[in-house]
Write a protein of this length. Structure first.
Lengths: 185, 189
């Protein structure tokens, strides 16, 4: 039995991005400046539709980013994909946090500053038409065992952003010391 | 947990045994191994990820991850140090895991410290800077949010994790013998 032919990967990475060797990148992937991809993470595009990752994103170990659609998956700037999250959203804005083991299904568009908390699942609401795409508004927080939604009033937003910037700065310093990196062009 | 428990076997050569009796799977991905201390007689199973590379920002030698004796890190578990801003600069903080700690499969651990005789069930997510004191049980599928402190002799479960029950006073002996027993039963085929 032969496996279905996978088209050759086309990975374009900016020279300031840091991508560890031990990662699984398949399909047409564009990685912008300053992105950090930890070891053991996966980025897949199944139909060879492009995935574009914006500036200064952090993709931690065990996270899976999948594009199941025919269209391009665009991920904005400064997003953080924490350990073991699984993201299949159609598009993602800026400054979002996907906490450990959060799941975002397809047919979802995520705006800015959203937090998908640990262990939650985000699926399109059952009341909308099947196959329709739901847009998650900015500052949404998905939390708890029932994956409920509420709004973040934006307190401590500035310090959060500051923390994110300092975090990525420090990772840039420390990751190349201990991990083998993929050559970026 | 008795004399008649079955032996847990692994294929010969898939685990590395150290002088102090640690059994570390060859399939575990351990980064920054120089920053990790294993106390002895601990088992690290397949496909675990230990991030020893995420160390403190100040110069010099730092222990990132110290694991005590008779510990178990289950399959696919990820242990990574928590990080935060300290005096304006970002730094990671070390994780201390004491003796007799069982961490089952598929856990994500970002705790600051875990006391002795703690059992963490399957699929748990332990958030940043969580402190788990001695003698605690974290039930399977629990999510402990950032900064939770788990007191001694307690059982926690749910998402977000809450106190569910307390433990009997004999639990220390039970857990110690369980951990020792598990180590003795874990042998190569």
């Amino acid at each position: 039995m032969s496996r279905t032919q996978v088209p050759p990967s086309k990975i374009t990475a900016h020279s300031t991005s840091i991508i560890c060797q031990d990662t699984d990148l398949r399909g047409d992937i564009t990685i912008s400046e300053g992105v950090i991809v930890h070891p053991k993470s996966t980025i897949l595009s199944l139909n060879n539709a492009p995935i574009i990752i914006g500036k200064n994103c952090i993709i931690e170990e065990g996270s899976i980013i999948v594009n199941r659609n025919q269209e391009m998956m665009r991920i904005g700037d400064n997003n953080r994909f924490m350990v073991g999250c699984r993201i299949e959203a159609n598009s993602i804005g800026n400054w979002n946090t996907f906490q450990p083991r959060s799941v975002v299904s397809s047919n979802i568009i995520i705006s800015d500053n959203c937090t998908i908390s640990a262990g939650t699942t985000l699926i399109p609401s059952p009341t909308i038409q099947e196959g329709a795409i739901e847009t998650i508004p900015s500052y949404t927080v998905v939390y708890g065992s029932n994956s409920e939604k509420r709004k973040w009033d934006g307190t401590g937003e500035l310090s959060e952003k500051n923390l994110r910037e300092k975090h990525i700065e420090y990772l840039r310093e420390i990751i190349p010391k201990y991990n083998r990196l993929r050559p970026t062009t | 947990m008795g004399a008649f428990d079955p032996i847990i076997t692994y294929e010969k050569g898939t685990y590395i045994e150290t002088d102090t009796g640690n059994k570390v799977s060859r399939k575990a991905s351990i980064t920054g191994a120089t920053n990790i201390i294993l106390g002895g007689k601990s088992i690290i199973k397949n496909d675990t990820i230990l991030r020893g590379d995420l160390r403190r920002s100040t110069a010099g030698q730092h222990v990132v991850l110290s694991i005590g004796r008779y510990c178990l890190i289950g399959e696919n578990s990820i242990i990574r140090p928590p990080g935060k801003l300290h005096k304006g600069s970002f730094t990671f903080y070390p994780i201390r895991i004491s003796d007799f700690v069982h961490i089952q499969s598929n856990c994500i651990i970002e705790a600051a410290s875990i006391g002795s005789c703690v059992e963490i069930g399957k699929n748990c997510i332990i958030g940043k800077f969580v402190i788990i004191k001695d003698l605690a049980i974290i039930l399977p599928d629990t999510v402990l949010p950032e900064g939770t402190i788990v007191p001694p002799m307690s059982i926690w479960g749910g998402n977000p994790g809450k106190l569910v029950d307390t433990l009997p006073e004999t639990y220390q002996e039970t857990m110690e013998s369980k951990c020792k027993n598990y180590y003795l039963r874990f042998k190569s085929a």
